[in-house]
Design a protein around this ligand. Structure first.
Ligand code: PBG
Length: 337
């Protein structure tokens, strides 16, 4: 005898969730190793990897260990790394001149990685914050109370050319100065680097989620002040339209990819940008996003793997084509199993 259902429903959405097979068949979004970029921190010297206190599972690496890590990531199917230098304090100056020293740490690191694993793409951050004593992304104005836009842009363009010469595949200006993408494109082209792409930190917000990163690279402390405010150049987290405006300017200036940063708290911006541009959209799941998941997992309050995977899925679902994440290696390892 057929059982008469209680509810006469034409649509029963649960039909598509009944089995693992049908769930897989209708799955809309999947994160793969191809989508991931691994940010890595490099230090000078031969010291063993040093774990970053506020970023469990992330390390500052010597160039030799960085090369090893890049080989491992490449074997796992990760296509790209984003490199960040942590400099000795003694190399920092108010104007950050070390950024354009042809033998500076990051350039030596890029050359070593490209020599050892040529197919692995190298993304290099273009900004002065690892090099300045005050930790700002640029050169300060004469009265010292703001970052000078045009002087900074000139330094960034020079820095981008040096990074391209060292073998960088994608230069990533993360400073949020006006006009820097255009200036960098012109400088790269004039230097013959027409193949070097620009991954613009197009919508970068003035976010508290960068805290652990600033500990990692030692840019946290402005000289004589406490916490660094980047309000005059990074976007106000309240502003969705302005983010789009700024990002589309980067496209008009010649950016090849547009990035939203942070990611998890700005899914609306990722989604807006996906609809507004035909360029690939990148998203940076930043240090604070990583650390809060790690911290809750350590307390036993969240499941690390499931929360991690869900956070990345959400970023991809919102419209990101690629994701910079400190979870890259762990995710690629689990996917390879
Ligand atoms: C600096 C830069 C920052 C990050 C990437 N590049 C920090 C900042 O703007 O102060 C943050 C990355 C992270 O938090 O993981 N130009």
């Amino acid at each position: 005898m057929p059982v008469t259902p209680t509810l006469a429903l034409l649509q029963r959405p649960r039909r598509l969730r009944r089995t693992a097979a049908i769930r897989a068949l209708v799955e809309e979004t999947r994160v793969t190793a191809d989508d991931l970029v691994a940010p890595l921190f490099v230090v000078d010297g031969k010291a063993a990897p040093e774990e970053i206190a506020s970023m469990p599972g992330a390390f500052r690496l010597s160039i030799a260990d960085l090369v090893k890590e890049c080989r491992a990531l490449h074997r796992l199917g990760v296509r790209a790394v984003a490199l960040f230098p942590k400099l000795e304090k003694s190399l920092k100056t108010p104007r950050g001149a070390e950024a354009i020293n042809p033998e500076t740490l990051i350039l030596r690191a890029i050359r070593a990685v490209k020599k050892a694993v040529p197919e692995l793409l190298v993304v290099a951050d273009i900004a002065l914050d690892p090099y300045t004593t005050h930790g700002h992304d640029g050169v300060l104005t004469a009265d010292g109370d703001d970052v000078d836009n045009d002087t900074t842009v000139a330094a960034l363009a020079e820095m981008a050319v040096l990074h391209a010469e060292a073998g960088t595949d994608l230069v990533a200006p993360s400073d949020m100065m006006d006009g820097r993408v255009g200036a960098i494109r012109r400088a790269l082209d004039a230097g013959g680097h027409t193949g070097t792409a620009i991954l613009a930190y197009a919508a970068k917000f003035n976010s508290a989620y960068y805290g652990p990163f600033r500990e990692a690279v030692g840019s946290a402390q402005a000289a004589g002040t406490t916490l660094l405010g980047k309000h005059t150049y990074q976007l106000n987290p309240a502003n969705r339209r302005e983010a789009l405006k700024d990002a589309l300017l980067d496209e008009a200036e010649g950016a090849d990819l547009l990035m939203v940063k942070p990611a998890g708290a700005y899914l609306d911006v990722i989604s807006d940008l996906r609809a507004a541009t035909r360029l690939p959209v990148a998203a940076y799941q930043v240090s604070g996003e990583y650390s809060q998941i790690q911290a809750a997992a350590r307390l036993g309050w969240l499941d690390l793997r499931r929360t991690r995977d869900e956070s990345l899925l959400a970023i991809k679902r919102a419209g990101a084509d690629l994701i910079l994440t400190y979870f890259a290696k762990a995710v690629a390892t689990d996917l390879a199993d």
